[in-house]
Design a protein around this ligand. Structure first.
Ligand code: ADP
Ligand code: ZN
Length: 653
């Protein structure tokens, strides 16, 4: 007897009906004719349309000898698609891996981590956090915030939860921002559990990817550490999820399916019926509010381990100008670096901007170097001798003449980037061993590890870096952190500008004085009276949070209201704008729904496409997704205008 089934392919097109000789459970892997080719798809949990003529429904080609996707994965894919309004097939694509049908000759083995390989003696504070966390492993789904200052031992504490889950023979998923998926973290894991965890990230070989995927599906791999995409792996018996640095903006995927891995992690845990632990020294406002209102368990680790103290923080008022040529390192910071060198200790100067200068300007005609495809200036990279658009990658050799007025040697570099700060350090401290740390100069993990080793070995005195060093490292001899431009992130004023600045600078300053030596941090600012700068100086997180919560509440912004961004883009400016206008004109009249825009996006042109944005703001009780999907059906977008929905947007460019 033949059976009707529906098959979902990893494409934007939805489910299709097929016939099969045998009954196939949901999640089964099949090959089926799709267009002119045979394609791999998954038997989906959608009822087939029995009104179709039996003759017209095609047979699947074969059922593949691969264990089906677990039911929980299918449920999760459906849930994420419903929430993000992305095509369910595109979400499924994230839950599959290429070449799954191939057999590896020598598949990788995944050793079982030993929960008792090494045990620590915890401080009383840590011990009570450990007890709390361990007791909850049994309790089914719930969310906890592990809230502790940098260096308080959060990692060691959540390792105990991991150990407990392993003892119960469950799988554990640890999500980390890609940037701290380093050998340093893995080394700590190995120290604690005797073996390396299974890894999941963007730079794996196809074979490792396939073997890991299979080992997770078979339950052989117990602990999986990965970047956000690991959330979609086919766990068979998930018992715990940990999201470290839960506030990190990189958990939001900004291309393809737009989802937030922390938020979807909570959903994944709910489906698995297991606990999830969010760890941070600077929790996101969303998480913090949920912890304060009691929706999440709030577990505190209030102080640094082993008596290490937080650094002393000074704000340098940059409004008092030095005479002479432009300098980006103030006399106060220069003095602090000199003193640190004197003591044989290390300094870290932080500037979150790649390249030499963010802007190149002609002294003669006033024109700036700009990208022909984006509404953006070209960033000068002096070491490489080029200028580059940081949005699309367009690169030119740095010109000797102004491209507009053709004047020779008239181009001047404005503002600092990491290369320029490095140059200034070399001028001021020619005898010091200085090194620049940016993704442009350090491209692979091996080089990065070598650098980390050099810092540990005391072979460097002054580090000048972007975000790369902000997180996850403990350098015993690093006692000074200088923030070149504390105000940089505050400009632009999107919803989370203050929050991000506070989190990032707090993290970076937390690099100073991790062990017995007292640390100090200097924040250079043109707005020293700004509330965030003050809160950073006083190390007063609650002052910042209270202010920020009040502001968001007043404006009904997340987490007090809901937001969705709608981005229209296309090569024809008028047509794109008109589509945006039509969309907004079709808005439902409902109390609690507010539509802002359309307006030209801050990045009005990107890769040759014009961009417009609308923002939808609703009160919390409104079903944003159902309104939006109905609304989208009312609008006919021309072929060359793309409409993207971004539920809970984190970027507003
Ligand atoms: P956080 O994640 O909060 O920044 P970590 O877990 O990284 O803190 O701990 C900071 C440092 O202190 C690490 O080097 C860690 O190994 C060490 N540490 C923390 N707690 C203990 C402990 N109970 N015994 C020994 N070392 C500890
Ligand atoms: Zn560009």
């Amino acid at each position: 007897m033949q059976h009707r089934i529906t098959v979902l392919f990893p494409t934007p097109l939805g489910c299709f009906d097929y016939k099969a000789d045998n009954e196939l459970p949901v999640g089964s892997f099949v090959m089926a004719p799709f267009g002119r080719k045979k394609t791999m798809g998954i038997v989906w949990d959608k009822a087939p349309d029995m009104s179709f003529d039996d003759e017209k429904v095609k047979m699947i080609s074969e059922s593949l000898p691969i264990d089906p996707l677990p039911k929980q994965t299918v449920d999760f894919v459906n849930w994420v698609a419903g929430y993000t309004l992305a095509p369910v097939g595109m979400v499924l694509k994230m839950a599959l891996t290429p070449e799954i049908e191939k057999e590896s000759k020598k598949p990788l083995a995944f050793a079982l981590p030993n929960p008792d390989f090494k045990t620590l003696t915890f401080s009383p504070e840590q011990q009570s956090a450990v007890d709390e966390i361990k007791s909850q492993i049994q309790d089914g789904f719930h969310t906890s915030l592990l809230d502790g200052v940098t260096g308080s031992g959060k990692t060691e504490v959540y390792f105990e939860a991991v150990a407990e889950a392993i003892r119960q023979n469950k799988q554990v998923l640890v999500l980390l921002p890609e940037i701290i998926l380093t050998t340093a973290w893995l080394g700590r894991f190995e120290n604690r559990f005797g073996v390396k965890p299974a890894l999941w990230h963007s730079a794996m070989t196809p074979k490792t990817r396939r073997d890991t995927y299979k080992a997770i599906k078979s339950g052989e791999a117990k602990v999986i550490v990965g970047a956000r995409s690991a959330l979609f792996l086919p766990f068979t018996d998930l018992g715990l999820i940990i999201v470290d640095e839960e506030h990190d903006a990189s958990f939001k995927q900004e291309e393809g399916v737009l989802y937030h891995a922390r938020d979807m992690g909570i959903v994944r845990a709910k489906i698995a019926g297991c606990p999830i632990i969010l760890a941070s020294a600077t929790p996101s406002l969303e998480t913090y509010c949920n912890a304060v209102t009691g929706k999440y368990h709030h577990i505190h680790l209030p102080s640094r381990f082993a008596g290490a103290t937080l650094p002393d923080i000074e704000v340098v008022d940059m409004r008092q100008k030095e005479k002479g040529p432009v300098k980006f390192i103030s006399p106060a910071l220069r003095k602090a670096i000199a003193e640190t060198l004197e003591k044989g200790e290390q300094s870290l100067l932080f500037i979150n901007r790649r390249g030499y200068a963010p802007l190149v300007l002609c002294r003669n005609c006033g024109e700036r170097l700009k990208c022909p495809y984006c509404s953006a200036w070209l960033v000068e990279h002096r070491q490489g001798g080029y200028a580059q658009c940081h949005h699309c990658g367009y690169t030119i050799k740095r010109p000797t003449h102004c491209p507009t007025c053709n004047e020779e040697n008239s181009l001047v570099s404005c503002g600092p980037g990491v290369e320029r700060i490095y140059e200034e350090v070399c001028e001021n401290f020619p005898m010091a061993r200085s090194q620049m740390i940016t993704s442009d100069t350090l491209s692979n993990p091996v080089e990065f590890d070598e650098l980390i080793q050099k810092i540990h070995a005391g072979e460097l005195d002054i580090l000048i870096g972007t975000q790369m060093l902000a997180k996850g490292h403990h350098f015993a001899n690093l006692t000074l952190v200088g923030i070149i431009d504390a105000d940089m992130g505050l400009a632009g004023g999107d919803l989370r500008a203050s929050e991000r600045t506070f989190q990032l600078l707090h993290q970076v300053m937390g690099r100073a004085g991790r062990e017995s030596k007292k640390g100090r941090a200097l924040l250079q600012s043109y707005v020293p009276d700004n509330l965030i700068i003050k809160a950073l100086k006083e190390n007063d997180r609650s002052a910042f949070l209270t202010e920020e919560i009040n502001a968001r509440q007043l404006l009904n912004m997340p987490p007090f209201g809901k937001l969705a961004g709608v981005i229209f883009s296309g090569p024809n400016e008028m047509l794109t704008y008109n589509t945006a206008k039509n969309f907004v004109a079709a808005a439902p009249f409902m109390t609690g729904v507010e539509v802002l825009g359309p307006v030209a996006a801050p990045l009005a042109k990107l890769r040759g496409k014009y961009r417009f944005r609308a923002l939808i703001k609703t009160s919390k009780d409104i079903k944003l997704q159902s309104i939006l999907s109905h609304w989208m059906r009312l609008v006919k977008a021309p072929n060359n205008v793309d409409i993207r929905l971004d539920i809970d947007p984190y970027s507003f460019f």
